[in-house]
Design a protein around this ligand. Structure first.
Ligand code: NDP
Length: 467
C-alpha cells in the first residue's frame, strides 16, 4: 500500500535531545532516502541557543550516512537538509510555541521529543485557537504516569486537536510485525479455530534484554521494567495476540478490537502470586562486566526500582477465560529474547503405543527479526513408535525502514496503526496501577539476580527458553 504524505512540516521539539539524535533523525533519514517524505520540511526547536548551522550539522551527520549508497536518496536528503531551520524557544512559556506554529507551513506534525512533564506543560500552555487545523501532535512514552494523569492529558490534547490527530507513539512493534501477527492469525484457517481456551494453555510475551542500564538512570530509575515495557509495549502485543478477528484493517476496527481486549484484562490479587519483581546485581554478560544496578550513577537504591518484572494478565472473556498471559521484561539478562510463545494443550488422547512426547507443542513468534517457529511431533527415525519434536521455521517479512521511520511515516501520512488510542492508553495504566501500588507497599518481595543470568534462580523454568 503506497502512502501519501499529508504533513508539510515536521517540527521536532527537543532537537538537542537523545531521542532526536539516536532514533528520530536516523528513522527520518531512511524514510526520506526511500522517497516517501517528498517535499517535507524539517524544523528543530529547543531551549539550546543553537545557530542554524549547529542544527544543520546535527542533521547532516545522520543524513550523510543514510544517503551514502544511493544517489536519489542523497538528493532527497540534501533537499531536506538545505531547507531545515532551528528555533530556540522555551516550550513551557505561554506564546513562543504558538507563534512558531503560526509561521510554519501546514499541516504541521509536532513531535514532543521532550521530558514527559515538559511535553504536558507545553500542551497546557497552548490555547485551542493557537493550533492550526490539520496539526498532528506526537506524544512519546510514558503517556501520563497513572490512569488519572493519562485521562487528564487526553483531555488537554482533545481541546487542541481531534483524537485521530494525536499519535501516542508505540515503536516497539513495527508496522510489519503488527501485520505479521494479524496475517498469521487471520489468514490461516488451521490456526484461528484453535486460538482459544480449549486448545491454548498459556501465552507468554517476553522482552529480555542483555543490555544493562546504559547510563539511562535519569529516566529508568523513576520508571522500572513494569512501567517502561509492560505498561506501554507488552500489553499492546498481548492485545494483538488476543483480539477478535476485525472486519477490516482500518484503524477503527483494529483499535476497537484492541480496546475491547484491554478492557477485559486485569492482573488479579493476590499480587504475590500473580506478579514478581527483581533487580540485577553485578555479573558478566558475554565477557562484559556489569556492576550492581544500585551502584550505577544516578540510581537511588531507596526507590527499589525493579529491572525485571513478570505479571500474569487474565483476559476475562469467552475466548480466553482461564488462560494466563504472562508478560515479562527485564534488563541485564544472559540471553536476549523478544518473542511471544503460545503453548498448546496436550492432545486429549495419545494412542497407546506411542512414546517420546514429553512437552506440549509451542508456536513462537520472534520480534525483530520477525520469525516463526512451530513445534510438530512426528514419527522419529529408527523406532517409528517414538515421536520426535520437529520445528518448522520461517523468516517473516521485514520492513525497509527503521522503527522510528515507520512511526514517522504513520504520522506524516495520518495512519494511526502504530499509535495508541486515548482510551487504550488509560486502560493500560488501569491494568498495572494496582500492582504498582502493591509493590510500593512491598507486598511483593524485590528479588535479586546476577547480571548475565536468566533471572532469580527461583524463577527458572517458569518461562520456557526458546529453542
Ligand atoms: P533528553 O533529556 O535527552 O532530551 C530532552 C530535550 O528536551 C532536550 O533537547 C532539551 O533541551 C529539551 N527541553 C527540555 N526542556 C525544554 C523546554 N522547556 N523547552 C524546550 N526544550 C526543552 O530526553 P530524551 O530525548 O531521552 O527523551 C525524550 C522523550 O522521548 C521522553 O518522553 C522519553 O521518555 C522518550 N523516549 C526516549 C527514548 C530514548 O532512548 N532516549 C526511547 C523512547 C522514548 P535542553 O537540553 O536544551 O534543555
Amino acid at each position: 500500500m503506497t502512502s501519501q504524505t499529508t504533513v508539510k512540516t515536521l517540527l521536532i521539539l527537543g532537537a538537542s535531545g537523545d531521542l532526536t539524535g539516536r532514533l528520530l533523525l536516523p528513522g527520518l533519514a531512511r524514510l526520506v532516502a526511500t522517497g516517501r517524505a517528498k517535499g517535507l520540511k524539517l524544523v528543530g526547536a529547543g531551549s539550546d541557543p543553537w545557530s542554524p548551522d549547529e542544527w544543520r550539522d546535527r542533521v547532516h551527520s545522520t543524513f550523510a550516512e543514510a544517503g551514502k549508497h544511493d544517489a536519489a536518496g542523497a538528493k532527497a536528503l540534501a533537499a531536506v537538509e538545505r531547507d531545515t531551520a532551528y528555533h530556540q524557544l522555551d516550550v513551557t512559556a505561554d506564546g513562543p510555541l504558538a507563534s512558531l506554529l503560526a509561521e510554519l507551513e501546514g499541516p504541521v506534525a509536532v513531535y514532543f521529543a521532550l521530558p514527559p512533564h515538559i511535553s504536558q506543560k507545553a500542551c497546557e500552555v497552548l490555547h485551542p485557537g493557537q493550533v492550526p487545523e490539520g496539526t498532528r501532535l506526537v506524544m512519546e512514552k510514558p503517556f501520563g504516569s497513572s490512569e488519572e494523569s493519562a485521562r487528564e492529558l487526553n483531555r488537554t490534547l482533545l481541546t487542541l486537536v481531534p483524537e485521530d490527530h494525536i499519535h501516542r507513539v508505540d515503536h516497539f512493534l513495527g508496522k510489519a510485525t503488527v501485520l505479521n501477527i494479524l496475517g498469521l492469525r487471520f489468514a490461516n484457517n488451521f490456526l484461528e479455530p484453535v486460538w482459544n481456551r480449549e486448545h491454548i494453555a498459556k501465552v507468554e510475551i517476553i522482552f529480555d534484554e542483555d543490555l544493562a542500564l546504559e547510563g539511562r538512570a535519569r529516566y529508568y530509575d523513576g520508571a522500572g521494567a513494569l512501567r517502561d515495557m509492560i505498561q506501554s509495549h507488552l500489553l499492546q502485543v498481548m492485545a494483538l495476540m488476543a483480539i477478535e478477528p476485525p472486519a477490516t484493517l482500518g484503524e477503527r476496527d483494529l483499535r476497537d478490537a484492541v480496546a475491547a481486549v484491554l478492557r477485559a484484562s486485569s492482573i488479579k490479587a493476590p499480587y504475590k502470586t500473580s506478579t514478581r519483581r527483581a533487580r540485577y546485581t553485578a555479573g558478566s554478560i558475554d565477557g562484559r562486566q556489569v556492576i550492581d544496578y544500585v551502584k550505577e550513577e544516578g540510581v537511588d537504591s531507596g526507590r527499589n526500582t525493579e529491572t525485571l518484572a513478570e505479571v500474569q494478565v487474565d483476559i476475562d472473556n469467552w475466548r480466553w477465560k482461564g488462560v494466563p498471559f504472562i508478560l515479562r521484561s527485564g534488563k541485564a539478562l544472559g540471553d536476549q529474547r523478544k518473542e511471544a510463545v503460545v503453548t498448546f494443550r496436550p492432545v486429549p488422547h495419545l494412542p497407546k503405543g506411542f512414546s517420546g512426547v514429553d512437552s506440549p507443542n509451542q508456536l513462537r513468534i520472534g520480534f525483530g527479526p520477525d520469525t516463526l517457529e512451530l513445534d510438530v511431533d512426528v514419527n522419529g527415525p529408527g523406532d517409528i513408535f517414538s515421536l520426535d519434536r520437529a520445528t518448522l521455521n520461517a523468516q517473516l517479512n521485514a520492513s525497509d525502514l527503521l522503527p522510528y521511520g515507520e512511526v514517522l511515516e504513520g504520522v506524516l501520512t495520518g495512519d494511526p496503526l502504530l499509535s495508541v488510542r486515548g482510551d487504550t492508553a488509560e486502560d493500560c495504566w488501569r491494568i498495572v496501577e494496582p500492582v504498582l501500588k502493591a509493590w510500593s507497599r512491598d507486598t511483593v518481595p524485590l528479588e535479586e539476580y546476577d547480571a548475565g543470568s536468566s533471572g532469580p534462580a527461583r524463577w527458572s523454568g517458569s518461562v520456557p527458553a526458546a529453542q
